[in-house]
Design a protein around this ligand. Structure first.
Ligand code: PLP
Length: 392
């Protein structure tokens, strides 16, 4: 924020408009410059020796990367933020910043699949012992703690199946053994959930999703509490991570409309769900903002809104052929990974190999939908014709 706005206590929508902008430092231009840089020059060898100037080398930060980092720091209420080259890169850096050889690391069974893959392939090489826990059982998490438990990972709601977690209780339990708490907060974004206020040390975002919001950039962010910041900054610097300036700029641009986009995603999602929940072909909807959802009370307590991503289970007896037919019949919903962009997407839920401690049928037939900014009546009509065609 610039001199007039910094340090003031503004509401979130006002923050979104002003964070990461410094017109008073850039000749009045509303947006920060896109600085393409490797070399930064020093005025003399003395300054070079001390490194005592704002920027020293492209990889170490530019006015562009700093603008996005500062924006996320303010929105998350963090001590500091580092950018990552993707959401998965953010997960990996956050984990590496708080784990060392011999540590025990607890991850919810519902974590994003590639997060599990990282934990199962890279962390064992450092002799980190990885264990998965049932995300809905916060009350007995202490029973899983060992002498060497160093970190507890959270993701709420869970990937593909949308179980909520008791962020408060889990963070408080981790504090009793001085373990670092990490949370993948992509679904709600820092707009609808503030993990650091709830006791989390490292709040992770796949900026690729809602922050960028236009399906055209891969980017991640890690916001750290005071306690976790130093170690995060060290790992980030040591690993040589750098996000390209044009991508950072697109994320800053996306951020400005995050709140208005979210409102519409939520409204459209509720319209679609209210229609979908009464369909014969649908057995259940998985979305914590629904009063009938088992995670509703936790969502209500800790989140201030909901996004456009949910899943539904096809009715018992649905065949794989019927499910495939449904997806292939969709016209407006694209079949593709990722979400958080302006457009609607659908994928069949695949749980094989990514659930080991929760009681869920890995062969269940479900659809994950991302509801975009199209007119919901058109989306409903598209779902209706696809369901009717699949179940005729
Ligand atoms: C997509 C996603 C990621 C990874 O983000 P990428 O930018 O695709 O690497 C991490 N966590 C969650 C919950 C995601 O949905």
């Amino acid at each position: 924020m610039d001199k007039k706005t910094s340090g003031k206590n503004y509401q979130t929508d006002t923050q979104l408009t002003h964070v990461g902008r410094y017109p008073d430092q850039f000749h009045g231009f509303v947006n920060p410059p896109v600085v393409h840089a490797s070399t930064v020059l020093f005025p003399d060898v003395e300054t070079m020796a001390t490194g005592n100037q704002s920027y020293t080398y492209g990889r170490r930060g530019t006015p562009t990367t700093e603008a996005l980092e500062n924006a996320i720091t303010e929105l998350e209420g963090a001590a500091g933020t580092r950018l990552a080259t993707s959401g998965l890169n953010a997960v990996a850096l956050a984990c590496l910043s708080c784990l060392k050889t011999g540590d025990h690391f607890l991850i919810p069974d519902t974590a994003y699949g590639p997060t599990r893959h990282f934990a199962d392939t890279v962390l064992p090489k450092m002799n980190v012992e990885v264990a998965y826990y049932d995300p809905t059982r916060a009350t007995d998490i202490k029973g899983l703690f060992k002498e060497n438990t160093a970190a507890l990972f959270l993701e709420a709601p869970g990937s593909l199946t949308f179980e909520m977690q008791d962020i408060h209780a889990l963070s408080a339990a981790a504090k009793t053994i001085d373990a670092t708490v990490l949370m993948d907060n992509t679904w709600a974004s820092p707009l609808y959930c503030k993990p650091i206020d709830l006791g989390v040390d490292l709040s992770i975002q796949a900026g690729t999703k809602y922050i960028v919001g236009h399906s055209d950039v891969m980017l991640g962010t890690i916001a750290a509490s005071e306690k976790a910041w130093g170690a995060l900054d060290t790992v980030y610097g040591a690993m040589g991570v750098h996000v390209a300036p044009d991508d950072v700029y697109l994320a800053l641009r996306g951020l400005r409309t995050l709140s208005v986009r979210f409102e519409r995603h939520f409204k459209n999602t509720m319209s679609v769900i209210n229609w979908l929940k009464d369909r014969d072909e649908v057995a259940a909807i998985r979305y914590p903002a629904l009063e009938s959802d088992p995670g509703y009370h936790l969502w209500k307590r800790d989140f201030s809104g909901a996004s456009g991503l949910f899943a539904f289970d096809f009715k018992a007896g649905t065949t794989k052929e019927q499910s495939n037919h449904f997806f292939n019949s969709l016209n407006l919903f694209g079949l593709g990974y990722s979400w958080g962009g302006f457009e609607s997407l659908a994928i069949p839920v695949k749980l094989k190999g990514i659930r080991t401690t929760t009681d869920i049928d890995p062969d269940c037939l479900s659809a994950r939908l991302h509801i975009g900014l199209e007119d919901p009546q058109d989306l409903i009509a598209d779902l209706e014709q696809a369901l009717e065609s699949a179940f005729q």
